[in-house]
Write a new protein. Structure first.
Length: 113
């Protein structure tokens, strides 16, 4: 049975280094956080592929490809106006969605055929 993402305890606390108050610091923080969360996402995705059965494995692969495209398209909306604030909004969107997907993938278990 799949566990709902909001029922999974987040094992990845916020990065305390990211208390930047200037734009350059915020951008660097977002770059760092995105790299960290991308690695976590890929790790949880690989683990989920092992835990599910063959039918679900292929469906999960397809869903992940589509999710990546959706994440890109969705977050590009935030960056579409240009400017530093929109870059920060866009990268924040990508980080938020990546965190959510990472936690969702943790809930995939052997109950999937």
């Amino acid at each position: 049975m799949q566990t709902a993402p909001d029922q999974i305890e987040n094992p990845y606390p916020a990065n305390p280094v990211c208390d930047a108050v200037d734009t350059v610091g915020m951008i660097e923080c977002n770059k760092h956080d995105l790299a960290v969360w991308e690695a976590r996402l890929n790790d949880e995705y690989r683990k989920a592929l092992v835990r599910v059965g063959p039918v679900s494995r292929e469906k999960l692969r397809q869903a992940q490809r589509m999710w990546l495209k959706y994440r890109t398209a969705n977050c590009e909306v935030y960056e579409s106006h240009g400017g530093t604030i929109h870059f920060l909004l866009g990268s924040g969107c990508i980080i938020r969605m990546t965190k959510e997907r990472t936690l969702e993938l943790q809930g995939f278990d052997t109950g999937f055929e």
